[in-house]
Design a protein around this ligand. Sequence first.
Ligand SMILES: Nc1ncnc2c1ncn2[C@@H]1O[C@H](COP(=O)(O)OP(=O)(O)OP(=O)(O)O)[C@@H](O)[C@H]1O
Length: 589
Amino acid sequence: MQSLRWVWGYIRNFRIRLFSGLFLALTVSLLNMLNPYFAGKIVDKVIYGHQNHLLWSFLGAMIGVTVLKTVIRYNYQLMFESVSQNVIFTIREKLYDRLQQLDFSFFDRTKTGDIMARMTGDLEAVRHFTAWVIYMIFENLTILIIAIGFMFYINPLLAAAMIAVTPIIGFFATRLSFTVKPTFTAIRGQFARLNSVVQENISGNRVVKAFAKEDYEIEKFSVENEAFKEKSLDSAKVWEKYLPVLDSLAGVLTVVMILVGGIMVINGSLTFGELVTFNSLIWALNNPMRMAGWLLNDVQRFIASAEKIEDLLNTKPEIINEVKQSNIRHMNGGVEFNQVSFSYGDEQVLKDISFKVFPGQTVGIIGPTGAGKSTLVNLLSRFYDTTSGAVNVDGLNVRDWEISKLRDSMAMVMQDIFLFSDTIEGNIAYGNPDASLELVQAAAKMAEAHDFITALPEGYDTIIGERGVGLSGGQRQRIALARAILKNPSVLILDDTTSAVDMETELRIQRTLKSLLKDKTCFIIAHRISSVKEADLILVMENGQIIERGKHKELLAKKGYYYKVFMNQNGNFDGQHNGEDVIYLNGAQ
Ligand SMILES: Nc1ncnc2c1ncn2[C@@H]1O[C@H](COP(=O)(O)OP(=O)(O)OP(=O)(O)O)[C@@H](O)[C@H]1O
């Protein structure tokens, strides 16, 4: 009921079309009674009554009814299709809208496949329900009721005898549909597994080839393929068991009609024409009974899908705009972490982090993998909220910033770079779609991407494959960097952005960034000391805590973690160097 109420909320806007469709369906149900009636009359009046002149009128009427039925049916099917497409359009838009609002934590815990299933299979179940199931239930019900009424009108005794058999057909048909349903569900589940094996194989084809695991993959696929075949055969076996029963029961209806009706014709309480009418109405009893189970299954499928879609639509983002009044203001880029701790569920990842950065300063963050570096910068744009403590930007808690303004004023080049299947120009201009090609090129030059882009046959118009296929890791990083630069943010966050770029290019990028970033606050997460050594403040993180902080030289002087990493990366110069020589060795001035 809840699902019906929910879908009615969408159908309501098209209720005139829906009710017009139902009215036309009712008309067709009524028209369905006419041809059996005329067939009976032909027998009684034309064959037995010898009123041959009536034959053409009856035949003409029968043809007319058939044509009218077809035209009306065509129209109401279109009406239901139009209602369903409109309903689905609205729900799809809402779902997509909701997906845009949901935050990182939702995508952390929800599989892409689940979301896709809701956007496709579950939506299709709702479409099927509104386009087909509703009118099929209505049509079958009205045909059954009208046919029963009509039969009772012609001959109550024969009608009662035939109707006594129909619940048995209904019972077996419903049993069939309920027995076959789990096999359908199993087929669908197995199909999804088969699909994911294929999908993973395609996405991971490079790994498969690199590890020469083709035979293993073929074997893995064969197991799932075999299971799919078995499940399809199981389903067919259920059909084979029940279908003959159903067909025999439909035959029983005919037997009852001929037996009881025949006796009645012989004893004169029924005309032969009326028996023909009954015969022509057998389908009107048989069909709805056979359809009942399927329609019930469809309704169940609709309810399950509607609940899943509703569930997604009702999922609330955890990061919400708490700003009561619009406080759109320019961001200068002063950042302060005040005793910030953060946990993903039960796992504490950041512990008591405090530091302060003035607008225009550069912060380098370094530390072993899993130390919490990315998590720290994720709190800046409120991809997650702190568990305790506060992150302030320009003296205002990030929770008090309007989220869109907060994120719009920052640009982040994430570790896991995502490029859209679009042109290079489109990808760079993603955050600033109105930017001219000159601006796009200027950003690409700063990111040291211009040269390799222009060397491509189609230059900035080159379409990048899915996730940036066709480009090297370093090229993708530079395009992502250009995308961030073009946004002209107040705070630029680079998470391991130049890790795949050679040292020399990295150095050129750093020089450009240095001039570019004069008035911008910049966070640089890196594993290479060379990436952070120029920073105004370097934070060394380990196990979610800041274990060392300061400038390059200060940290070297501490001879702690930073010093050790520095020595590892630049060779051990008997521990005497203060960094300047090494910078020279790296090519820096
Ligand atoms: N979305 C998440 N859900 C749960 N745990 C997470 C999530 N992201 C990161 N973690 C965990 O938080 C810890 C810190 O991860 P984080 O990515 O911040 O480290 P990092 O210092 O940036 O590492 P790296 O240098 O490898 O990028 C790790 O133990 C990681 O397993």
